[in-house]
Design a binder for this molecule. Sequence first.
Ligand code: ZN
Length: 343
Amino acid sequence: MRRLMFGTIAFLLLPLPLSAQQVNADTYDQPCAAQYNKALYPDLGRLAPPEAPAATRSALRAVVVRTLTWKPGELIKVCFRSGTPAARERVAKYASEWMRYANVKLEFGEPGNLRSCKGDNSEAIKVDFVDSGPKSGFWSALGTLSRKDEHSLNLSYLGRDQLPVNREGQSMPEAEARRLILHEFGHALGLLHEHQSPKANCGAEYYEEAVMAYGALRGWPREQTIRNFKQYSEAPELNATEVDRKSIMHYSLPPWLFKQGEKSACYVQTNFEISEADREFMARVYPANGGRPVASAGAPAPVLTRSAAAADPVKEYEALLLKSGLNKTRVDALVAEFKNDLK
Ligand SMILES: [Zn+2]
């Protein structure tokens, strides 16, 4: 089977460095499972109830989605739960590339002595390099939800000085490590999977049994496979941009998952760079010079008429619900749920 992560770039055949970690080649073949762990994604369908008018639902979703992104200019403390100094430097170097496009400050601690997590969940993004067990693999909590988790982002096999080596003695290319780090930090800054965009329409392209088999091969429970593949609901606040097949947030999947094989629009080569549309999106969500943040590109006007920085999302959410004519009990229940999500 073709290895996804390594599939498109030439390998250098290197002698096995003594300090490198040798891993089963198949274990690289794990696309990011961004929504691993708790429901790291608010239930927009529930928080924007069907009994509210469509315009209000749209505004409600925008309020909820906006709470997933950091404030423009925000200093986001990143810490490491493990990993050698060189491994941490690698992560910081590549993740920092996002700051060219997003007005946030990913702050990793002192150069040469990058921050270890205190263990009290006081930092915002908490990176680990767990290689086995249920927390292994490549995943990240979405945006500000990172705050909730003591371990919010994982990069298997990248916790050592040397990049991992597969059974054939091939070292993971630096470009691949960079791609994985950029992708996971993209989630940490609030980006969703591009192939799950409602505009990608990949849902209709898959062979369902093949997708399930693909997940099962990775040890994912059925539910997790569905979570990683299913299209996000059609909510304009989530992603109003046209689908971007060049996004660093798009999975590169084997052609046998698609009814049209390599001809499927959802079949893409591995993307190693932050795409033009990724950059534009980041610049819109995290504008420089005190610009007004938006929930996402093309989000509807109602929430954009107010200063997001000044608005209390809970109050805004409650006001929208009350205005839509829902009864007080229902409003209170929903507000409590939203507040709970924000904790
Ligand atoms: Zn991902």
